[in-house]
Design a binder for this molecule. Structure first.
Ligand SMILES: Nc1ncnc2c1ncn2[C@@H]1O[C@H](COP(=O)(O)OP(=O)(O)O)[C@@H](O)[C@H]1O
Ligand SMILES: [Mg+2]
Length: 188
């Protein structure tokens, strides 16, 4: 078994330090695939590839494979001019859930790139409680008020801060139950 947490956390650090993160296409499916491919290149043979199996979590079924490509084309065209529009786009991308695994971690980076480009802000994920976040995401296909409220309270203008990015990755992994490695200790 490959060490998913260790290998992909190292790739997250590299994504920032190599400045490759600033070359990712913003707000598109292609850009999200680039992020996914980079993070999970050592671990998943499907890194960066759109899934061809149906997926569900809890009681929720993500977009059926049959409509997935069509849905993704519509989602990437959604506007990103305001905070609310950006969250709505993020929620739809989560409903699409284009990858078999790793959607949460890749899509949160994708979301921050949209915020940075359009509003010159990003989310300080260290300020977003795991259980409030997961509850709000579970609720989001029906009602986006909770996730909007939660993420609005964690907005920062510190978009070029390496520290904000790294602790965000640490928390992003924590949401998904991966916290054996502290990203600060992996950092050279
Ligand atoms: N019941 C649910 N309904 C809608 N979205 C959910 C639900 N449960 C989890 N999510 C979203 O899915 C993400 C996890 O997707 P997953 O592909 O497992 O990504 P990762 O491997 O990075 O954890 C969570 O971070 C959350 O945003
Ligand atoms: Mg997962």
């Amino acid at each position: 078994m490959k060490n998913e947490e260790l290998l992909s956390k190292k790739r997250s650090i590299e994504l920032w330090d190599s400045n490759l993160i600033n070359e990712i296409e913003v707000g598109t499916t292609k850009g999200l695939q680039e992020i996914h491919k980079y993070l999970f290149q050592d671990i998943f043979d499907f890194a960066g590839q759109i899934r061809n199996v149906n997926l569900s979590k809890g009681n929720f079924r993500f977009a059926p494979v049959l409509f997935l490509n069509e849905n993704l084309k519509i989602i990437e065209q959604m506007p990103e001019n305001t905070f609310d529009e950006i969250i709505e786009k993020y929620v739809e991308m989560n409903v699409a859930h284009p990858f078999r695994e790793g959607n949460g971690r890749a899509t949160r980076i994708w979301l921050d790139l949209i915020f940075k480009k359009n509003l010159k802000v990003c989310i300080d994920w260290a300020k977003v409680d795991k259980y409030e976040y997961l509850n709000a995401m579970e609720r989001s296909p029906v009602n986006t008020l909770e996730i909007k409220h939660l993420l609005k309270s964690a907005i920062t203008k510190d978009i070029n801060s390496r520290q904000v990015f790294m602790r965000g990755i640490q928390n992003s992994y924590y949401y998904e139950g991966l916290y054996n490695y502290n990203i600060e200790n992996l950092d050279k």
